[in-house]
Write a protein that binds this ligand. Sequence first.
Ligand SMILES: *Cc1c(COP(=O)(O)O)cnc(C)c1O
Length: 352
Amino acid sequence: MSRFWSPVVHTLTPYTPGEQPKITNLIKLNTNENPYGPSPKAIAAMQAAVNDHLRLYPDPNGDALKDAVAAYYDVARANVFVGNSSDEVLAHTFQALLKHDKPLLFPDISYSFYPVYCGLYGIEYRAVPLNGAFEIDTADYVDGGAIIFPNPNAPTGILMPLEQIEALLKANPGQVLVVDEAYVDFGGVSAISLIKRYDNLLVVQTLSKSRSLAGLRVGFAVGHPDLIAGLERVKNSFNSYPLDRVALAGAVAAFEDKGYFDQTCAAINTSRDTLTGHLKQLGFEVLPSKANFIFARHPEHDAAKLAQALRERAILVRHFKQPRIEQFLRISIGTDAECTALVDALTSILHA
Ligand SMILES: *Cc1c(COP(=O)(O)O)cnc(C)c1O
């Protein structure tokens, strides 16, 4: 506390990111990072970008990345906004598009950064409970304000089919719908195909998970040019150059290396389905995941104790001390060796 703080600082409840411990030989399955490295072509492009040009500012518009995203998704450059991580893109989205008379709606169990942005920007919100199967029930999202949710949802991993997203857009033509697709590449279908028909849809994605670039901080949004123009106004009132030259080079190359991307995503999906089978054999209930993590609980073992026992074996998973989900563990999909080590550790913990 300081008497120099602005009034709003006293009211903030900041987001707590998953732990990034400085311990070696740790099996880190707690923050949904990709177990495989970035595309070798992306690494080469970043290394090549470390040169004398770093004395110059980067392109303030990030046009090369916008064009790579636009080509990948068959949209126009004017449909694309880029930023320093999807968290930054989301922050600008909250400020530019989600503050209205009616409270913003998002699921009670969802990305815990959403209420933090609401606090930062003074946005009223209503947390809408997931149904008993931990699914988003679209019927709960009519006649309200703007809507945001991750698809697949986090931390449940459950995917909403595209038809339901389209039904939501049709039912709420006067409200913005933001779909946070941080995990869509692990078995989902992007809603970007709908932006040409729905001017109230904004899709947000990140290169942190499926493109293995969490350390680079690159995210983007795709939507109607008027929504994008609103984001650009906020961005240009905040930071002209959110993406540096190295990040732009690496992100473009990552988008262009579709072969590596497809291969690593497929490997993670296979490992996820194998791990799900093994955990079910150990008696876990595992929610159906289309993400690079699973959300699981054991009917006879306390989740916090399991997380602690894993930690003692140098395996980190994420546990949320939050109503309704305090008996779940969120486990990021690692390499097959890491998944095997997790199953071995859980087997010995459960049988101890
Ligand atoms: C990881 C994650 C993000 C943030 O991604 P960054 O681009 O690394 O900031 C956004 N939304 C959800 C749901 C996430 O899980």
